[in-house]
Design a protein around this ligand. Structure first.
Ligand code: DX5
Ligand code: ZN
Length: 221
């Protein structure tokens, strides 16, 4: 049984009116996904702790910060101080344990993620140590890319392992989620669906978010 949460990704919001965009999706959001990109780990450059701090003052939604940066360890304290609820780091950077330790120390929820081409075996050893495992279903860096369906095999495997072992780890999927792909991601066992362009680029983001949720979990929340 999945947790059935929707996380609009503010990457696709209009940053010039971010507060209004957040207010608009709040009734249909369980958390806000915040994409942090450094122009180095990924080519794009987005936002950091000051924006998280401003959001914290504006919303009670949990702020789920996805760190696509080369040096997350240098930024975790700033994100915690800004009011992030959790941070998610990439396994591609190398041993994530020192970053987990730092996150725990700071009271952050511990998230780990992996790119579409990175095998589940690369993150499986850490399942006991994390609160959230994020599956990238596009290559990180930009919103609006096409969903990579091969990622669903990894997600199904993770769902099986997490359930068999009774682990308290949420499974989140990020990239190319819309009304067509959300049902597949939900069926594969995702607890949290991240959706950026499918929500914020829609004429009516609230309706779009509701439709994604309804497509994913027809009998759910
Ligand atoms: C991509 C980001 C995603 C992005 C998803 O690197 O991690 O969170 O916002 O955007 P969509 O839903 O448009 O694929
Ligand atoms: Zn993301």
């Amino acid at each position: 049984m999945s947790a059935q949460k929707l996380a609009p990704s503010i990457l696709s919001a209009d940053f010039a009116q971010l507060a209004a965009e957040v207010d608009r999706v709040t009734p249909v959001a369980d958390l806000l996904h915040v994409d942090v990109m450094d122009g180095h780990f990924v080519p794009n450059l987005t936002i950091g702790p000051p924006v998280v701090k401003s959001l914290r003052g504006r919303t009670d939604l949990p702020l789920d910060c996805h760190l696509m940066v080369t040096n997350p360890e240098d930024l975790l304290a700033d994100f915690a101080a800004a009011g992030a609820d959790g941070c998610t780091v990439h396994v591609e950077l190398g041993d994530p344990r020192p970053r987990f330790d730092e996150m725990r120390k700071l009271g952050l929820r511990v998230g780990l993620t992996h790119n579409p081409a990175t095998p589940f075996a690369a993150v499986e050893p850490y399942l006991d140590e994390i609160d959230l495992l994020l599956f990238m279903s596009v290559n990180p860096g930009f919103g609006g890319q096409a969903f990579i369906p091969e990622v669903l095999d990894k997600l199904r495997e993770a769902r099986r392992v997490v359930d068999e072992r009774g682990l308290d780890v949420e499974l989140e999927i990020d990239g190319g989620i819309n009304v067509e792909t959300a049902p597949e991601a939900a069926a594969a066992g995702a607890d949290i669906l991240v959706a950026g362009s499918a929500v914020f680029h829609a004429d009516d983001p609230v309706t779009a978010a509701r439709q994604i949720r309804e497509a994913a979990w027809p009998n759910g929340s």
